[in-house]
Design a protein around this ligand. Structure first.
Ligand code: SF4
Ligand code: SF4
Length: 160
């Protein structure tokens, strides 16, 4: 019997936050390069909207879905367009870097997309070996150096 329910990812909307990959307990998704792909559609549980409900950009819809379900992010006024993670908090350099990136994001009107990652285990899992660090949409942009507000703005603009 062919599979008649599985998630589909709109690559244009996906910001590579990996929430779907982390959420699904059935091994439906795989990380490939920096992307998330649906590698095991047969593992998807019929009529589950678990990953689609947490996707911040509304990038996930479902093949075979005739329930009328709409991605929650699509109903928000502005779906999240970008995920900006700033790592490090335990030294002046990291604190200043966070403030600079936050200010850059404010000027570009995406301050609500900035996350301050302070937990060392999480930072290492993100691939940052030296703080302060900046990650945008899952990609390491800078590590071990403070960015000026202007530099941070240039990096962020590339993803808007
Ligand atoms: S939850 Fe949405 S934005 Fe995040 S990786 Fe999955 S499809 Fe992409
Ligand atoms: S809908 Fe549910 S079972 Fe299917 S991929 Fe998403 S979280 Fe996994």
């Amino acid at each position: 019997m062919s599979k008649n329910w599985y998630p589909q990812i709109d690559g244009e909307k996906c910001i590579k936050c990996y929430s779907c990959y982390n959420k699904c307990p059935h091994g439906v998704f795989t990380k490939r390069d920096a992307n998330v792909v649906v590698s095991n559609p047969n593992g998807c549980y019929d009529h589950c909207h678990g990953c689609g409900n947490i996707c911040p950009t509304g990038a996930i819809t479902y093949f075979g879905d005739d329930t009328g379900w709409v991605p929650p992010a699509a109903t928000k006024k502005t779906a999240q367009k970008i995920r900006i993670q700033v790592t490090g908090a335990c030294c002046k350099k990291s604190q200043q870097n966070y403030l600079n990136v936050l200010e850059a994001a404010k000027r570009l009107e995406v301050a609500d997309c900035v996350e301050h990652v302070e937990d060392m285990e999480e930072i290492i899992n993100l691939g940052i070996l030296s703080n302060p660090g900046l990650i945008i949409n899952g990609k390491i942009i800078a590590s071990g150096r403070i960015l000026t507000i202007e530099q941070a703005m240039e990096y962020i603009k590339k993803y808007l």
